[in-house]
Design a protein around this ligand. Structure first.
Ligand code: SF4
Length: 327
C-alpha cells in the first residue's frame, strides 16, 4: 500500500459499490482495517437510472440496499436521468442531468443545461477508450464525481473514494494507480475539498477476493450462482457469447429490444458479428435455475446477505469462470 496513505486519516469513506465481488471485497477490506462503520458510505451508480429496466440486473439496487442494511452502513444512489437508454438514444441533444440522493434526504439534480448537442444512436464500443465506451464515463465515473462536487458536505474535509478495479482483469486496469487524487478533488481551491482515490485490491488475485468474501460469509449477488464471473450490467457490452446467450435466455423480452436497436443503429455491439449471431453461437450457463433467475430478476432481494448460521458458505458457480467485463 502507498506510504503516503494513512487509512485512518479521513472523515468519510465512499465505497464505489456495484454489488459485485470486487466492491464487496473493498468494503470488507475496509472493515478489516478498523475504519468505523459510521464513516463509511456505499455509493451505487444506477445504470438504468429512473428509466425502468433496460440494461442492468433488476435485483442489483435492492441487493446493494440490503447489503448496506446488513452491515448498518449508509447507502446513496446516483444516476444519469433517463439512464443508459436515454443516453443511447441521444439525438442532437444535450446529455441528461445527473441525479443523486442527498444525505439530508431528497434527490438533487445537476447539469443537463449546457454543453454540446450530440448524437449517439449506437451502443458503447468495446474499447479501453472511454470516449467511445461512453457507458463507463457517462453513467458511472462522471456521475460519481459530479455527485461529490455538488455536495457541500465534502468541502473542508477529507474523503477517500475506494473502488475495486483489479489488474488481473485487464492490462489497462493493471496500470491504474493504487492511490491518487480523485477527479472530484479540489484541495487547493477555496472549497478545500480533499478527495483521494484508493484502489486497494488492484493487485489482488481472484482467489483473494473469494477468500475475504468467505471469511465474512457473504452471500454474493445471484448472478454469480448462475455462472457469471463478473457482476456488471446484465447485458454488458463486453459479454462473450455464453454470457449473452445466458442473459438472453433469462430475459427474452429485454434482449429483443436490444437486438432491435442494434439493427436500427446499423452498428453492432460486438465488432465481429451481430447480437443474434453471437447469442446463437453461445452456450447457456448450466447453473441457471428458475429459482436463481427469479431472484436475479426481482426488484426486491429477500435472502440474507450474510449466510445464516446453519448454512454452509460455498463458492458460486461463476467463480474463476469467464472474465467478461470492462477493460
Ligand atoms: S458494466 Fe459493461 S455495459 Fe455496464 S457500464 Fe460497465 S462497461 Fe458499460
Amino acid at each position: 500500500m502507498n506510504s503516503l496513505l494513512n487509512i485512518h486519516n479521513y472523515d468519510t469513506y465512499i465505497i464505489s459499490f456495484s454489488g459485485g465481488k470486487d466492491s464487496t471485497a473493498c468494503f470488507l477490506w475496509l472493515l478489516e482495517q478498523g475504519v468505523p462503520l459510521h464513516k463509511i458510505e456505499l455509493w451505487h451508480q444506477n445504470i438504468d437510472g429512473d428509466n425502468g429496466q433496460f440494461f442492468d440486473w433488476e435485483v442489483t439496487p435492492d441487493y446493494c440496499r440490503k447489503f448496506a442494511e446488513a452491515f448498518g452502513v449508509k447507502i446513496y444512489f446516483q444516476w444519469k436521468s433517463g439512464g443508459f437508454k436515454r443516453e443511447l438514444l441521444r439525438n442532437n441533444s444535450l446529455t441528461a442531468p445527473i441525479c443523486f440522493e442527498a444525505s439530508e434526504g431528497g434527490i438533487n439534480e445537476v447539469g443537463g443545461t449546457r454543453g454540446k448537442l450530440s448524437t449517439r444512436l449506437k451502443f458503447p464500443q468495446q474499447s479501453p477508450d472511454l470516449k467511445v465506451r461512453w457507458c463507463s464515463s457517462y453513467l458511472k465515473i462522471d456521475v460519481c464525481a459530479t455527485s461529490i462536487r455538488n455536495q457541500e458536505r465534502f468541502n473542508n474535509q477529507r474523503t477517500l473514494v475506494i473502488s475495486g478495479e483489479r489488474g488481473e482483469e485487464s492490462p489497462q486496469r493493471a496500470k491504474y494507480k493504487i492511490f491518487e487524487a480523485d477527479k472530484s478533488d479540489a484541495r487547493n481551491s477555496n472549497k478545500k475539498r480533499h478527495v483521494d482515490r484508493l484502489r486497494p485490491i488492484r493487485d489482488w488475485k481472484e482467489q483473494q477476493i473469494w477468500d475475504i468474501i468467505k471469511r465474512h460469509r457473504i452471500r454474493v449477488h445471484p448472478c454469480y450462482y448462475m455462472g457469471w464471473n463478473r457482476c456488471s450490467c446484465k447485458f454488458c457490452i463486453f459479454s462473450g457469447r455464453n454470457q449473452f446467450a445466458s442473459a438472453a435466455y433469462i430475459s427474452p423480452e429485454q434482449i429483443k429490444d436490444i437486438i432491435r436497436l442494434e439493427k436500427e443503429f446499423g452498428c453492432t455491439i460486438n465488432r465481429k458479428c451481430d447480437l443474434t449471431t453471437l447469442i446463437q453461437s453461445g452456450t447457456i450457463y448450466s447453473d441457471i435455475t428458475t429459482k436463481l433467475a427469479r431472484i436475479a430478476l426481482s426488484h426486491i432481494y429477500t435472502l440474507s446477505i450474510i449466510m445464516l448460521d446453519d448454512e454452509e458458505w460455498f463458492l458460486p458457480a461463476g467463480a474463476f469462470g469467464e472474465n467478461c467485463g470492462s477493460t
